[in-house]
Design a protein around this ligand. Structure first.
Ligand SMILES: [Zn+2]
Length: 251
């Protein structure tokens, strides 16, 4: 039995749902040691992000983007899914959650056992790279030696296009297929669970509003308040792993 009233309310909502969708932001992955770039003290408050136009326009910007990527990569690689990811994966396995929509680029939902089809990545994935022209896939490890030797930003071996991590940079269009799928899942859901997102980065943050307007119940699990707390049916402000782990019954 759960004696915290907010957690008990979340448990009841999940129990009553026929088709839920989980939406995750940086907060679920900070518990795996992945820094939240947007948070106060986060890297983007010290070092301006390089936007997509600069990446396209300048070899210098491409080199700097890759230098930062190779520098930060060990943190990403060491990160393992935590109790929050495991609880989300368990809800998918039980058939309670049809899909996970994520703003995260760390691939930790997939590492927790979900298939690529079960995870809708709105901001892409930084664990691999693609050619911007022909979309050939490249592994980060395969790109590193040449970068370290030549100092030049990676180019596609097939078409000489620019190779970039498979993420959506600032100024880069949102991925159309992922956005459409996220919308379909949101409109099909009777419960929308927003986890670890401050819900301020649009257009992604529009999905919980869409769910609520469509008549779904809205649950928010986040350490800090969000602007949607007042319209949510349940708000849980505590550690995500602890909250979801105890509600779902996963360690
Ligand atoms: Zn190419």
């Amino acid at each position: 039995m759960i004696d915290d009233p907010d957690l008990a309310a979340l448990e009841r909502l999940i129990g009553a749902a026929r088709r839920a969708v989980v939406f995750t932001g940086a907060g679920i992955s900070t518990e795996s040691g992945i820094p939240d770039f947007r948070s106060p003290g986060g890297i983007w408050t010290k070092m301006a992000p390089i936007d997509f136009d600069s990446f396209l326009a300048s070899e210098e910007a491409r080199r700097e983007t890759w230098r930062r990527k190779f520098e930060s990569d060990p943190v990403l690689r060491q990160a393992r899914p935590n109790r929050g990811h495991r609880a989300v994966a368990e809800l998918v396995r039980r058939g309670k959650v049809a899909a996970v929509i994520t703003q995260n680029i760390d691939g930790l939902h997939q590492s927790s056992g979900l298939s690529a089809e079960q995870v809708i990545e709105l901001h892409g994935n930084s664990t691999y790279a693609r050619c911007l022209d022909c979309e050939a896939r490249y592994e980060i490890d395969d790109l590193r030696p040449l970068f370290e030797q030549s100092g030049a930003a990676p180019r596609c071996r097939r078409c000489n296009g620019f190779v970039k991590t498979a993420t959506i940079a600032f100024g880069q269009p949102m991925p159309v297929a992922a956005m459409r799928r996220a919308e379909r899942e949101t409109l099909a859901a009777d419960l929308f669970i927003a986890v670890g997102s401050s819900l301020v980065v649009y257009p992604a943050a529009g999905f919980p509003e869409m769910a609520k307007e469509n008549g779904a119940a809205l649950a928010i699990v986040n350490r800090e308040p969000t602007h949607l707390d007042e319209v949510a049916d349940v708000v849980v402000r505590r550690s995500i792993g602890e909250a979801l782990g105890s509600v779902v019954g996963v360690d």
